[in-house]
Design a protein. Structure first.
Length: 320
C-alpha cells in the first residue's frame, strides 16, 4: 500500500471524565468512518509527563505503543501535558478540544465551543455546544414516547430538587397519553432520585444511571418523540439536540454570567432546543428538521480538509 494512502492512526488522549471522553468518542467515530482511520485510546494518567517534557515536546517512553499517529487529539486539562509532549513526533498533527491554558500556537488545531468566547481562525473551529457521540436520527418515531434526563448541582445553575420534580410531574400530568422514561445521573441528589423512582407506573419507567449501558442513551433517543433535559449539563443538552428529537429544557435559574448557561441560551436562540415555557411546541412538533446539529461530523470534515495527511476514504461516506 502506498504510504500516502495508508489509513491513518489516530490517538485519543483521555482523562476518563465522561464528558471529555464522549467528545473524543464522537470525533473519533466520525474520523474513523470518513477516513478509515484506526482509533487508539491513551489514558493520560498512565504517563508521567514532567512540565519540561511538555514544554520541549519530548515524548515519554511508551511500552508497546500504538501505531505511529497521524493525529493526536486530547480533551480535558489533565491531558494537555501528554498532548504537548507528543507534538514533535514525526509527521503528527495535534488537536485540542477546548480552550487550552497554553498558547494555541503550540498545537496544530483547536476545536472550541462557542461559549468559551474564542474567535474562529485558520486553525480554530468554533462549535455550537460540545461535540458528542450521538448520531442524528434519520427519522423520528411517531409513537408518543418521551425521555427525561435529570442532572444535578453544577456551578452554572441554581439547583432545586423540588422545582425539577414539580416540572417532571407537570409534564406527566399534562400529557397523559405519552409514555415517559426518566433517568438520573451521577450528580443527581439521592432524595430526588428516590422521588423519581417512586413515579414508576404503567406510563412511567425510571432507569437509574448505574443500570444503563454505554449505548443506552442512543437507543433511548432513537425511540423518543420528545426529550426533556435539565440545563446544568451542556453535554446532555447537546446530545439531545444532536439527535434531532425535539428537545426541551427544564427551568433552572442560571448563576451570574455563567458562560455555560449562555451557551445553552445560544442553542435555544438558534432553535436547537426550547425553553420550558414553550413545552407545547416540544410535545407537538412533528416537522422533520432539514438542518441538523452534528458538530462531531462538522469537526471531522474540517480536520480532513485542513490536514493533507488525513486521506479521504474512497469506500466510506462522501465528504461532499
Amino acid at each position: 500500500m502506498n504510504p500516502e494512502t495508508r489509513a491513518p492512526a489516530i490517538w485519543l488522549i483521555t482523562d476518563n471524565k465522561p464528558g471529555h471522553k464522549n467528545q473524543l468518542k464522537g470525533l473519533g467515530n466520525r474520523l474513523r468512518v470518513l477516513t478509515g482511520a484506526s482509533i487508539h485510546w491513551l489514558n493520560a494518567a498512565d504517563y508521567s509527563v514532567p512540565l519540561w517534557r511538555a514544554l520541549l515536546g519530548i515524548a515519554p517512553a511508551m511500552d508497546s505503543p500504538p501505531p505511529a499517529p497521524t493525529l493526536v487529539i486530547a480533551a480535558g486539562a489533565g491531558t494537555h501535558r501528554l498532548l504537548l509532549a507528543l507534538r514533535r513526533l514525526r509527521k503528527v498533527r495535534t488537536v485540542v478540544l477546548m480552550k487550552p491554558a497554553f498558547p494555541l500556537a503550540w498545537v496544530d488545531a483547536a476545536i472550541i465551543p462557542a461559549h468559551d468566547n474564542v474567535k474562529a481562525g485558520r486553525k480554530t473551529l468554533i462549535t455550537e455546544g460540545v461535540i458528542n457521540a450521538v448520531t442524528p436520527m434519520a427519522q423520528l418515531t411517531i409513537k408518543p414516547e418521551a425521555l427525561i434526563l435529570v442532572g444535578g448541582p453544577s456551578p452554572h445553575f441554581d439547583w432545586d430538587d423540588d422545582a425539577v420534580f414539580s416540572q417532571v410531574t407537570d409534564l406527566i400530568a399534562r400529557y397523559p397519553e405519552w409514555r415517559w422514561t426518566i433517568s438520573d445521573s451521577r450528580r443527581t441528589p439521592a432524595p430526588l432520585t428516590t422521588k423519581l423512582d417512586e413515579l414508576q407506573g404503567p406510563k412511567v419507567t425510571f432507569v437509574h444511571h448505574d443500570r444503563s449501558h454505554d449505548n443506552w442513551l442512543n437507543h433511548q433517543l432513537a425511540g423518543s418523540k420528545a426529550v426533556w433535559v435539565t440545563p446544568d449539563s451542556v453535554s446532555m443538552v447537546c446530545e439531545a439536540a444532536t439527535s434531532g428529537v425535539p428537545t426541551g429544557l427544564l427551568s433552572l435559574p442560571s448563576r451570574g454570567h455563567s458562560r455555560v448557561a449562555k451557551g445553552v441560551d445560544r442553542l435555544a436562540e438558534q432553535g436547537w432546543v426550547s425553553f420550558w415555557q414553550n413545552r407545547d411546541q416540544v410535545m407537538h412538533e412533528h416537522r422533520e428538521r432539514h438542518a441538523r446539529l452534528w458538530e462531531a461530523d462538522r469537526a471531522a470534515r474540517w480536520l480532513i480538509n485542513r490536514f493533507a495527511n488525513l486521506p479521504k476514504s474512497s469506500n466510506k461516506e462522501s465528504l461532499n
